[in-house]
Design a protein around this ligand. Structure first.
Ligand SMILES: Nc1nc2c(ncn2[C@@H]2O[C@H](COP(=O)(O)OP(=O)(O)OP(=O)(O)O)[C@@H](O)[C@H]2O)c(=O)[nH]1
Length: 408
């Protein structure tokens, strides 16, 4: 296990752009974090949706073009839109057009809507080019208790967050940091993680794929200059500091995975295991296709696609989290492989997995069908084989339609 930058295998299925929601109460450091992401994008093209341009350090990034009233393109290939929730769909449509060539979209939630409303909108979106990229809740470490007093809903936000950035840790001592991590930890949902930050400086690799250096030609000079300046301003320890917050574990197997065992493992993934990405080979259970897997917090999605020619059939996963037990995760994955003595798969073998495969047009159909159809994509806790009809109703508040969440 090493705190390396996770760069392979790919995350969401090819062509799908993860959309992250950045939430947090007033002054917690959302904009500071977003500016950090934009500054350190290093060729990864970010689309940022914000309330207004006022707080984005656009000048520092050189405005390369004004694309209408509410969108500017930055010199490092990123795009910024200043819109409110009512225009969100329109701008998501625009930002996900292939011509925009964006790798990730970040929506700053402040003033737009309640974070769960935004998450719900994303999961129910008809836009097949996007995939939910997680809810990031920024918390002011020095003001945690005061914020909870003023905004009791903070507890609820923590409960639905996929990643909590405990920001402004420069303003508290080590003992208080531990106390806060524990206090926040008990409020988190399964799979969610906490990372500490000062001035929002979290490794962008935790949020999205970084473009490999070979693909950054043309943007490199400007982007790297910007990055270097910033690092020097931080006293030069920026890079090492960034990696401190999380670990990544690689798993590769030539033996195919057993669908039910893998699903059991994913359903019970431990706290702190914030992201899983990669490809799964289910061997004889579906010999012609590989399954891109993408989890963020409680969200889980499989996207089947034909095996590309010349790509060996094997499972490759990267698991990313904070405070995770790498060796235990690897042991679990090894135990979820198909053994020689396992009976041949039958038609039921893949049912559990297929429940996490989005159906084309599902969001559109659901819009007409009401809540009940959402039950098809969820599983009953305790029975990975059968859909649980009451799930959507029971978890309706926490499991917005349109995507599949793992078990809580
Ligand atoms: N000491 C300290 N100050 C920080 C840190 N992160 C952000 N700040 C400061 O906190 C203030 C608020 O940060 P913003 O990024 O504007 O917070 P925000 O959540 O976007 O605020 P709103 O948009 O008003 O909700 C700014 O003055 C930042 O410079 C940090 O880690 N430590």
């Amino acid at each position: 296990m090493s705190p390396t930058e996770p760069s392979r295998p790919e995350g969401p299925a090819a062509g799908q752009i993860p959309v992250l929601v950045l939430a947090g109460f007033l002054g917690s450091g959302k904009t500071t974090l977003l500016n950090h992401l934009l500054r350190s994008s290093r060729g990864t093209r970010i689309g940022a949706i914000v309330n207004d341009f006022g707080s984005i350090e656009i000048d520092a990034m050189t405005v390369a073009g004004q694309l209408g009233d509410s969108t500017v393109s930055l010199g490092n290939g990123c795009l910024c839109c200043a819109v409110d929730a009512s225009e969100l769909d329109v701008f998501l449509e625009r930002l996900t057009r292939p011509a925009a060539r964006l790798d990730v979209i970040v929506i700053e939630a402040s003033g737009l809507a309640e974070p769960q409303e935004l998450v719900r909108m994303l999961l129910a979106s008809d836009n097949e080019r996007i995939v939910y990229g997680g809810l990031v809740e920024v918390v002011d470490a020095a003001e945690y208790e005061a914020t909870r007093e003023r905004h009791p809903e903070l507890d609820r936000h923590l409960g639905i967050a996929d990643l909590v950035v405990l920001n402004k840790t420069d303003r508290i001592g080590a003992g208080e940091r531990e106390r806060l991590r524990a206090a926040i930890g008990v409020r988190l949902g399964a799979g969610a993680a906490v990372v500490e930050a000062v001035y929002g400086r979290v490794d962008p690799g935790l949020f999205f794929e970084r473009r490999p250096a070979s693909e950054r030609v043309g943007q490199l000079a400007f982007d790297d200059l910007l990055h270097d300046e910033h690092e020097q301003g931080d006293g030069g320890d920026h890079g090492t500091h960034l990696h401190a917050g999380y670990e990544s574990v690689d798993f590769t197997s030539r033996l195919p995975m057993h669908p039910r065992r893998l699903l059991d493992l994913l359903d019970s993934r431990p706290g702190g295991l914030y992201r899983i990405k990669g490809y799964v080979d289910f061997g004889p259970a579906d010999p012609d296709r590989r399954y891109a897997v993408h989890t963020v917090g409680r969200f889980l999605r499989f996207t089947p696609e034909p095996w590309p020619r010349d790509v060996p059939h094997r499972t490759e996963l990267v698991l990313i989290g904070s405070g995770i037990d790498g060796p235990a995760l690897l042991r679990g994955l090894e135990g979820a492989r198909r053994g020689g003595a396992d009976p041949l798969p039958d038609e039921r073998s893949m049912w559990g997995v297929l429940r996490y495969v989005p159906e084309p047009g599902a969001a559109r159909d659901r819009a007409g069908a009401g809540d009940e159809s959402a039950a098809e994509t969820y599983q009953e806790p305790g029975d990975p084989e059968e859909p649980y009809e009451g799930y959507a109703e029971e978890y309706g508040e926490r499991v917005p339609g349109g995507g599949a969440y793992g078990r809580d």
